[in-house]
Design a binder for this molecule. Structure first.
Ligand code: ASP
Length: 325
């Protein structure tokens, strides 16, 4: 009874409808990736198929720093990292994979046909070949070769904070620059399908000019990608070592579990990195991107310049994130 002795009426709670299907992806290069994923999502397909299709699309793009067209390590070898995770927390990943065009599909094969989660290097390549993937020629793309030769002059490993700002030629310009300074770009995408199921995928050639064998955050579940179908999903881009140190995307999902919006959850993960070593954080970029179970999304970065792409029934856009420094 209410204070006036009147019976309390329990009105039904009004909540905004879940926005689904939806796909969000890192950088402006996510626009065509989303379009590819959307072909599946808009036909009521599964989110895991959609994110794989998006990743395959960009792995095919020889002008992108993802896939075999990407930047090499300091020995001049392109090594690829990828992972995939579905709504049941099934996951698969490959790291340091050479001469295979679609690491994302090798990761999915591993997820679906073996009890394992991660394969690396020669073992990952052997698994790919055993499963019908073709060995590609060991060769740098023209742009990567030009940039690598330029880099060799000084051979200094110094990740650029904000290579995105140096893109001169519009949203879909190739991610290489005359001065050879572009040294990262990772495609991470997370999606919710018509059934409300979440999945994510990440594919990258990793930090340019890394030590041969170095593995970044991208293929590490909980670092470069995490999906919890009850809560949400998150992905990251930027200096992978910093993301690994805080289990970045797992942290973002846990912040969402505690009630934070996707944007706030990403912000809090960025703050965790900066708090650990503010001086160092001022010299590097990390960006997070998250989607929750309601179809709400958001991103945040340490520095200016991180953008992400969104496709749903209502929008098809590139968003800039807020940043800490
Ligand atoms: N996170 C990737 C890595 O550390 C690089 C990137 O996002 O561009 O390998």
């Amino acid at each position: 009874m209410g204070s006036l002795g009147l019976a309390t009426i329990n009105l039904p709670k009004i909540s905004s409808p879940v926005k689904k299907p939806i796909v969000i992806s890192t950088w402006d290069s996510g626009m065509p990736v989303n379009a590819e994923a959307w072909k599946i999502l808009s036909n009521q397909g599964k989110s895991v198929d959609a994110v794989e299709a998006g990743a395959i699309y960009i792995e095919n793009d020889i002008n992108c720093c993802v896939g075999l067209g990407g930047f090499p390590d300091r020995d001049g070898i392109v090594t690829l990292d990828a992972c995939i995770m579905d709504e049941k927390a099934n996951c698969g990943a490959v790291a340091g994979l050479e001469q295979i065009k679609h690491p994302i599909s090798v990761a999915r094969k591993l997820m679906e046909t073996t009890p394992h989660v991660i394969l690396v290097g020669a073992g990952a390549q052997q698994f790919a070949l055993e499963n019908g993937f073709k060995l590609e020629e060991k060769k740098l793309s023209d742009d990567a070769s030009k940039a690598y030769n330029q880099w060799l002059i000084q051979s200094k490993y110094q990740p650029e904070i904000n290579i995105e700002n140096k893109k001169q030629n519009g949203p879909f310009a190739p991610n290489f620059f005359e001065d050879g300074t572009a040294n990262h770009d990772t495609m991470g995408l997370v999606a919710m399908d018509f059934n409300g199921d979440l999945s994510g995928a990440v594919t990258t050639s990793g930090m340019a000019y890394k030590i041969h064998g170095r593995v970044g955050d991208s293929p590490i579940i909980g670092a470069g990608l995490f999906v919890d179908n009850e809560i949400g999903a998150a992905t990251s881009s930027g200096v992978g070592e910093e993301v690994i140190r805080i289990c970045g995307t797992h942290l973002v999902v846990e912040f969402m579990r505690n009630g934070y919006s996707p944007e706030m959850a990403c912000k809090k993960a960025c703050e965790r990195i900066v708090k650990r070593d503010p001086k160092k954080a001022a010299t590097l970029q990390v960006g997070f991107l998250a989607l929750n179970k309601k179809g709400e999304y958001g991103g945040y970065a340490i520095q200016k310049g991180f953008v992400f792409s969104v496709k749903s029934n209502d929008e098809n856009e590139i968003h800039s994130t807020k940043f800490l420094i």
